[in-house]
Design a binder for this molecule. Structure first.
Ligand SMILES: Nc1ncnc2c1ncn2[C@@H]1O[C@H](COP(=O)(O)OP(=O)(O)OP(=O)(O)O)[C@@H](O)[C@H]1O
Length: 261
Protein backbone atom coordinates (compact mmCIF):
# COMPACT_ATOMS: atom_id res chain seq x y z
CA UNK A 1 0.00 0.00 0.00
CA UNK A 2 1.10 3.50 -0.78
CA UNK A 3 1.99 5.40 2.38
CA UNK A 4 3.42 8.71 3.47
CA UNK A 5 4.62 10.39 6.63
CA UNK A 6 2.05 11.79 9.06
CA UNK A 7 0.52 15.07 8.07
CA UNK A 8 2.49 18.26 8.40
CA UNK A 9 -0.26 19.77 10.56
CA UNK A 10 1.40 18.02 13.51
CA UNK A 11 -1.63 16.26 14.91
CA UNK A 12 0.11 12.92 15.29
CA UNK A 13 -0.14 13.22 19.09
CA UNK A 14 -3.83 14.16 19.22
CA UNK A 15 -6.13 11.41 20.50
CA UNK A 16 -7.72 9.10 17.94
CA UNK A 17 -11.44 9.84 17.62
CA UNK A 18 -12.09 7.13 15.03
CA UNK A 19 -10.28 3.85 14.63
CA UNK A 20 -10.94 1.12 12.10
CA UNK A 21 -8.99 -2.11 12.60
CA UNK A 22 -9.04 -4.95 10.10
CA UNK A 23 -12.47 -3.94 8.84
CA UNK A 24 -13.98 -6.17 6.17
CA UNK A 25 -17.31 -5.55 4.50
CA UNK A 26 -19.25 -7.86 2.22
CA UNK A 27 -22.80 -7.92 0.98
CA UNK A 28 -23.41 -11.64 0.61
CA UNK A 29 -20.57 -12.99 -1.55
CA UNK A 30 -19.66 -9.53 -2.78
CA UNK A 31 -16.60 -8.48 -0.75
CA UNK A 32 -16.21 -4.72 -1.02
CA UNK A 33 -13.05 -4.35 1.02
CA UNK A 34 -10.85 -6.32 3.41
CA UNK A 35 -8.60 -5.38 6.28
CA UNK A 36 -9.21 -1.64 6.24
CA UNK A 37 -7.21 -0.11 9.08
CA UNK A 38 -6.77 3.56 9.89
CA UNK A 39 -7.07 6.12 12.66
CA UNK A 40 -8.47 9.63 12.56
CA UNK A 41 -7.07 12.08 15.08
CA UNK A 42 -8.90 14.89 16.79
CA UNK A 43 -9.07 18.04 14.68
CA UNK A 44 -8.08 16.36 11.44
CA UNK A 45 -9.86 16.68 8.13
CA UNK A 46 -9.71 13.08 6.95
CA UNK A 47 -10.77 12.22 3.41
CA UNK A 48 -12.05 8.88 2.14
CA UNK A 49 -11.55 8.62 -1.59
CA UNK A 50 -11.77 5.99 -4.28
CA UNK A 51 -13.39 5.22 -7.60
CA UNK A 52 -17.06 4.56 -8.13
CA UNK A 53 -18.14 1.37 -6.39
CA UNK A 54 -14.99 1.11 -4.23
CA UNK A 55 -17.08 1.27 -1.07
CA UNK A 56 -16.60 4.86 0.16
CA UNK A 57 -20.24 5.39 1.10
CA UNK A 58 -20.43 1.95 2.66
CA UNK A 59 -17.38 2.72 4.80
CA UNK A 60 -19.01 5.98 5.89
CA UNK A 61 -22.15 4.06 6.83
CA UNK A 62 -20.08 1.59 8.86
CA UNK A 63 -18.45 4.47 10.74
CA UNK A 64 -21.79 6.00 11.68
CA UNK A 65 -23.38 2.70 12.62
CA UNK A 66 -25.83 2.33 9.72
CA UNK A 67 -24.21 -0.98 8.71
CA UNK A 68 -22.25 -3.45 10.79
CA UNK A 69 -18.93 -4.68 9.35
CA UNK A 70 -18.55 -8.33 8.35
CA UNK A 71 -15.29 -8.37 10.31
CA UNK A 72 -12.98 -6.13 12.28
CA UNK A 73 -13.50 -3.40 14.82
CA UNK A 74 -14.60 0.22 14.67
CA UNK A 75 -14.02 2.58 17.56
CA UNK A 76 -15.72 5.97 17.69
CA UNK A 77 -14.91 8.58 20.34
CA UNK A 78 -13.20 5.95 22.45
CA UNK A 79 -16.04 3.40 22.33
CA UNK A 80 -16.32 0.11 20.47
CA UNK A 81 -19.23 0.78 18.12
CA UNK A 82 -19.89 -2.94 17.58
CA UNK A 83 -20.13 -3.65 21.30
CA UNK A 84 -22.32 -0.66 22.18
CA UNK A 85 -25.97 -1.59 22.47
CA UNK A 86 -29.28 0.15 23.11
CA UNK A 87 -29.10 3.49 24.86
CA UNK A 88 -25.28 3.44 24.92
CA UNK A 89 -25.17 3.06 21.14
CA UNK A 90 -27.81 5.77 20.63
CA UNK A 91 -25.90 8.17 22.86
CA UNK A 92 -22.66 7.47 21.06
CA UNK A 93 -24.25 8.01 17.66
CA UNK A 94 -25.94 11.23 18.83
CA UNK A 95 -22.44 12.66 19.31
CA UNK A 96 -21.67 12.56 15.60
CA UNK A 97 -23.08 14.86 12.92
CA UNK A 98 -23.74 13.81 9.34
CA UNK A 99 -24.38 15.86 6.24
CA UNK A 100 -25.66 13.78 3.36
CA UNK A 101 -24.89 14.63 -0.24
CA UNK A 102 -28.29 16.18 -0.91
CA UNK A 103 -28.12 18.38 2.19
CA UNK A 104 -31.45 16.74 3.05
CA UNK A 105 -33.16 19.89 4.34
CA UNK A 106 -36.88 19.80 4.98
CA UNK A 107 -38.46 21.90 2.24
CA UNK A 108 -41.40 23.17 4.26
CA UNK A 109 -39.19 24.57 7.03
CA UNK A 110 -37.02 27.68 7.08
CA UNK A 111 -33.28 27.23 7.47
CA UNK A 112 -33.59 28.29 11.10
CA UNK A 113 -36.27 25.66 11.73
CA UNK A 114 -34.19 23.03 9.96
CA UNK A 115 -31.22 23.73 12.22
CA UNK A 116 -33.45 23.80 15.31
CA UNK A 117 -34.79 20.32 14.55
CA UNK A 118 -32.00 18.21 16.11
CA UNK A 119 -32.18 20.44 19.21
CA UNK A 120 -35.89 19.72 19.43
CA UNK A 121 -35.31 15.99 19.11
CA UNK A 122 -32.33 15.61 21.40
CA UNK A 123 -32.48 18.40 24.02
CA UNK A 124 -34.97 19.89 26.40
CA UNK A 125 -33.89 23.45 25.71
CA UNK A 126 -36.75 25.96 25.63
CA UNK A 127 -37.69 27.31 22.22
CA UNK A 128 -35.90 30.65 22.67
CA UNK A 129 -32.65 28.86 23.53
CA UNK A 130 -33.01 26.46 20.59
CA UNK A 131 -33.49 29.42 18.32
CA UNK A 132 -30.47 31.15 19.77
CA UNK A 133 -28.26 28.09 19.26
CA UNK A 134 -29.55 27.60 15.71
CA UNK A 135 -28.80 31.25 14.87
CA UNK A 136 -25.25 30.83 16.15
CA UNK A 137 -24.79 27.75 13.92
CA UNK A 138 -26.17 29.58 10.89
CA UNK A 139 -23.76 32.41 11.71
CA UNK A 140 -20.84 29.99 11.77
CA UNK A 141 -21.57 28.92 8.20
CA UNK A 142 -22.23 32.48 6.98
CA UNK A 143 -26.01 32.22 6.68
CA UNK A 144 -27.20 34.65 9.37
CA UNK A 145 -29.13 36.67 6.81
CA UNK A 146 -30.86 33.64 5.31
CA UNK A 147 -32.33 32.20 8.53
CA UNK A 148 -35.92 32.79 7.45
CA UNK A 149 -35.58 31.51 3.90
CA UNK A 150 -36.93 28.21 2.66
CA UNK A 151 -34.57 25.63 1.05
CA UNK A 152 -36.17 26.30 -2.36
CA UNK A 153 -35.15 29.96 -2.08
CA UNK A 154 -31.41 29.38 -1.65
CA UNK A 155 -28.53 28.24 -3.85
CA UNK A 156 -26.94 24.77 -3.80
CA UNK A 157 -23.91 26.10 -1.93
CA UNK A 158 -26.12 27.71 0.71
CA UNK A 159 -28.03 24.44 1.10
CA UNK A 160 -24.77 22.61 1.81
CA UNK A 161 -23.83 25.23 4.40
CA UNK A 162 -27.25 24.92 6.01
CA UNK A 163 -26.79 21.13 6.04
CA UNK A 164 -23.49 21.60 7.86
CA UNK A 165 -25.13 24.02 10.34
CA UNK A 166 -27.80 21.44 11.06
CA UNK A 167 -25.23 18.64 11.44
CA UNK A 168 -23.43 20.90 13.95
CA UNK A 169 -26.54 21.76 15.96
CA UNK A 170 -25.65 19.47 18.86
CA UNK A 171 -21.94 20.45 18.84
CA UNK A 172 -20.68 17.05 17.69
CA UNK A 173 -16.92 16.56 18.02
CA UNK A 174 -17.05 14.50 14.83
CA UNK A 175 -18.70 15.50 11.55
CA UNK A 176 -19.17 13.28 8.50
CA UNK A 177 -19.70 14.88 5.11
CA UNK A 178 -20.84 12.82 2.14
CA UNK A 179 -19.66 14.35 -1.16
CA UNK A 180 -19.99 17.98 0.01
CA UNK A 181 -18.89 19.43 -3.35
CA UNK A 182 -21.26 17.36 -5.47
CA UNK A 183 -23.26 19.57 -7.80
CA UNK A 184 -21.42 22.79 -6.91
CA UNK A 185 -19.51 25.05 -9.28
CA UNK A 186 -15.76 25.36 -8.58
CA UNK A 187 -15.98 28.74 -6.86
CA UNK A 188 -18.81 27.70 -4.53
CA UNK A 189 -17.01 24.45 -3.88
CA UNK A 190 -13.82 26.32 -2.96
CA UNK A 191 -15.84 28.46 -0.52
CA UNK A 192 -17.21 25.34 1.12
CA UNK A 193 -13.70 23.89 1.39
CA UNK A 194 -12.57 27.06 3.14
CA UNK A 195 -15.51 26.77 5.56
CA UNK A 196 -14.57 23.17 6.41
CA UNK A 197 -10.97 24.19 7.07
CA UNK A 198 -12.07 27.16 9.20
CA UNK A 199 -14.42 25.03 11.29
CA UNK A 200 -11.76 22.38 11.82
CA UNK A 201 -9.20 25.00 12.85
CA UNK A 202 -11.44 27.25 14.95
CA UNK A 203 -13.67 24.68 16.66
CA UNK A 204 -11.35 21.66 16.68
CA UNK A 205 -14.09 19.62 14.99
CA UNK A 206 -12.87 16.44 13.32
CA UNK A 207 -14.16 15.99 9.78
CA UNK A 208 -14.42 12.77 7.82
CA UNK A 209 -15.23 13.63 4.24
CA UNK A 210 -16.12 11.32 1.36
CA UNK A 211 -15.21 13.03 -1.89
CA UNK A 212 -13.56 12.40 -5.23
CA UNK A 213 -13.02 16.08 -6.08
CA UNK A 214 -9.26 16.37 -6.39
CA UNK A 215 -9.16 20.12 -5.75
CA UNK A 216 -11.16 19.67 -2.54
CA UNK A 217 -9.01 16.78 -1.35
CA UNK A 218 -5.87 18.85 -1.79
CA UNK A 219 -7.48 21.92 -0.21
CA UNK A 220 -9.01 20.36 2.88
CA UNK A 221 -7.40 16.99 3.55
CA UNK A 222 -4.83 16.60 6.31
CA UNK A 223 -4.80 12.92 5.48
CA UNK A 224 -6.69 10.56 3.24
CA UNK A 225 -7.19 6.92 2.47
CA UNK A 226 -7.93 5.57 -0.96
CA UNK A 227 -10.12 2.52 -1.49
CA UNK A 228 -9.91 0.46 -4.64
CA UNK A 229 -12.47 -1.85 -6.16
CA UNK A 230 -9.98 -4.19 -7.82
CA UNK A 231 -7.76 -4.47 -4.77
CA UNK A 232 -10.83 -4.80 -2.52
CA UNK A 233 -9.21 -2.63 0.09
CA UNK A 234 -7.02 0.39 0.81
CA UNK A 235 -4.31 1.20 -1.68
CA UNK A 236 -3.04 4.45 -0.16
CA UNK A 237 -2.93 6.37 3.08
CA UNK A 238 -1.31 9.70 3.83
CA UNK A 239 -1.06 13.41 3.15
CA UNK A 240 -2.82 14.02 -0.18
CA UNK A 241 -0.16 16.48 -1.37
CA UNK A 242 2.58 13.95 -0.66
CA UNK A 243 0.61 11.26 -2.49
CA UNK A 244 0.20 13.61 -5.44
CA UNK A 245 3.93 14.24 -5.58
CA UNK A 246 5.34 10.83 -4.66
CA UNK A 247 2.81 8.04 -5.20
CA UNK A 248 4.06 5.15 -7.29
CA UNK A 249 1.00 2.88 -7.28
CA UNK A 250 -0.44 3.34 -10.79
CA UNK A 251 -4.04 3.87 -9.66
CA UNK A 252 -3.03 6.34 -6.96
CA UNK A 253 -0.76 8.23 -9.34
CA UNK A 254 -3.45 8.27 -11.98
CA UNK A 255 -5.97 9.73 -9.60
CA UNK A 256 -3.73 12.45 -8.19
CA UNK A 257 -2.18 13.39 -11.48
CA UNK A 258 -5.30 12.97 -13.54
CA UNK A 259 -3.59 10.44 -15.79
CA UNK A 260 -4.97 7.29 -17.33
CA UNK A 261 -4.10 4.33 -15.07
N1 LIG B 1 -27.14 -2.16 0.91
C1 LIG B 1 -26.43 -2.82 -0.02
N2 LIG B 1 -26.73 -4.09 -0.36
C2 LIG B 1 -26.00 -4.77 -1.27
N3 LIG B 1 -24.94 -4.26 -1.93
C3 LIG B 1 -24.60 -2.99 -1.64
C4 LIG B 1 -25.33 -2.21 -0.69
N4 LIG B 1 -24.74 -0.99 -0.61
C5 LIG B 1 -23.72 -0.99 -1.48
N5 LIG B 1 -23.63 -2.20 -2.10
C6 LIG B 1 -22.60 -2.60 -3.09
O1 LIG B 1 -21.40 -1.99 -2.75
C7 LIG B 1 -20.82 -1.35 -3.88
C8 LIG B 1 -20.11 -0.11 -3.41
O2 LIG B 1 -21.06 0.85 -3.01
P1 LIG B 1 -20.69 2.25 -2.36
O3 LIG B 1 -21.91 3.11 -2.50
O4 LIG B 1 -20.15 2.07 -1.01
O5 LIG B 1 -19.52 2.75 -3.31
P2 LIG B 1 -18.92 4.20 -3.51
O6 LIG B 1 -17.45 4.04 -3.52
O7 LIG B 1 -19.48 5.14 -2.51
O8 LIG B 1 -19.41 4.53 -4.96
P3 LIG B 1 -19.93 5.91 -5.63
O9 LIG B 1 -18.76 6.83 -5.70
O10 LIG B 1 -20.36 5.44 -6.99
O11 LIG B 1 -21.03 6.41 -4.77
C9 LIG B 1 -21.95 -1.09 -4.83
O12 LIG B 1 -21.53 -1.18 -6.13
C10 LIG B 1 -22.91 -2.22 -4.50
O13 LIG B 1 -22.59 -3.33 -5.31
Amino acid sequence: MEGTMRDAAGRADAPAVVGARGVTMAFGDNVLFRDVTFEVRQGEVFVILGGSGSGKSTLLKLLIGLHRPTGGEIRILGEDLGAARGQERRELLSRIGVMWQSGALFGSMTLLENVMLPLEEHTRLPRAAREEVARVKLGLVGLSDAADRLPAEISGGMAKRAGIARAMALDPPLLFLDEPSAGLDPITSAGLDQLIRDLARDLGTTFIVVTHELQSILAIGDRCIMLDKQAKGMIAEGDPRALRDHATHPTVRAFFRREAA
